[in-house]
Ligand binder design. Structure first.
Ligand SMILES: [Zn+2]
Length: 163
């Protein structure tokens, strides 16, 4: 007898602004991943998140089983690397919208491997129903302007952060 594990969560469709990049991602907003400390999405005041205004969520894996880039192939997106190459942001080369990032590197002695999706690029559920749940998502705020690598996000924006 074989056992099939049904994936949890909801399949969402997302895209950049011009439609060049399209993806699906499986997210379960009813069960925030441990990495987000009770939040569904996080915002941070680091040099890039603050300027680009992204809201990040964690599908709970490295993207390999939850995220599918439908078009184009990843090599045809533009990648922006910073933080000594530990963080790679992928965005549309035509309309500049940031879609997702991969983190793989050592921060304050801790090896962090992570995958994050920009929630602001979600369009609808796979069945076409609207994203009414987004307005109820719990947001927390990483503070990267003060001292060491933060261990947990704050309930309100940190120094230099907004909303
Ligand atoms: Zn685009």
């Amino acid at each position: 007898m074989s056992t099939t594990v049904e994936p949890e969560g909801t399949l969402y469709k997302g895209s950049c602004h011009c439609g060049f990049a399209k993806y699906t991602v499986r997210l379960d907003f009813t069960k925030p991943p441990p990495s987000l400390h009770g939040a569904n999405v996080t915002k941070c005041n680091c040099s890039i998140c603050h300027k680009s205004g992204t809201l990040l969520t964690d599908p709970g894996d490295d993207g390999s089983s939850t995220f599918t880039l439908l078009t184009p192939p990843e090599k045809d997106l533009t990648m922006y690397t910073f933080n000594t190459g530990n963080i790679k942001w992928y965005f549309c080369p035509k309309c500049s919208i940031k879609l997702y990032c991969r983190v793989d590197g050592v921060f304050d002695g801790v090896h962090v491997r992570a995958f994050r999706v920009n929630v602001l690029t979600l369009d609808e559920k796979e069945d076409g129903s609207p994203l009414e749940e987004l307005k109820d998502l719990k947001i927390k705020y990483w503070d990267f302007k003060e001292g060491d690598m933060p261990r947990a996000p704050l309930d309100a924006p940190g120094k230099g952060g907004m909303w």
